[in-house]
Design a protein around this ligand. Sequence first.
Ligand SMILES: [Zn+2]
Length: 201
Amino acid sequence: MAIYPDSIEKLIQCLIKLPGIGRRSAERIVSYILNVQEDRVRHLVQNIQQVKKTIRLCRICRNFSETDICAICQDSKRDNSLLCIVENPQDVMAIEKSGNFNGLYHVLGGAISPLEDKGHKDLRIQSLFLRIKQGNVEEIILAMDADAEGEATALYLTQLLKPTQIKLSRIGMGIPSGANLEYVDSTTLASALDGRRAIQK
Ligand SMILES: [Zn+2]
C-alpha cells in the first residue's frame, strides 16, 4: 500500500471526518488542493473561518443567521400565525426554496434518536412552547424527515401539542419514505406542504 507523506495523510484524516466524504473523495480533494493556485486555497480557508465567525442561530427560531434575529423572523410580511417545525436549519432552506410557505419556522436542532442517544430533552421544545404562549400561533405544521427519527419526533410533538388545541398538520404526501427533507426537490416539497394532512383541526 502506498504511503503518503505525513502532512497529506493528516489532511486526508481531517477530510474523512466531513459528512459524505470517504477516503477516495478525500484523496481527490487533496489532489485538487495541491494542484490549484494558492490564493484559491486561501479563499476557501477564509470562507470556512468567516462562516464559523459570523453565523449564529436566530434567537427566536434557531435558524442560521448573521444577526441576532434572522431575516425570516424580522420580515413583517410573513404570517406569524403559521409555524412550521423542522429538524435543522437546512430544512428551512429547503422549504424556502419551494416558495410555498409564508409562515415562520421553529428549528428543533435534530430529531429523537435512540441510536444516537438523542432524546426530547436535546430538542428545543421548551422554547417552542414559550413562542406558542407569547405569540398568536393558529396553525402548526410538523415538517420532520420521513425516516424513523422524524416519525418518532412528529409523534412525540403531536402528543405534546394536542392539549394546546392549535390546528396541527403534518407534511408527508409525496415525500419518499426515509428521505431527508433537505434533499427533497422543491416541487415535491411544495406539493407536500399543500397536501399536508390535518392531525388536529
Ligand atoms: Zn428566526
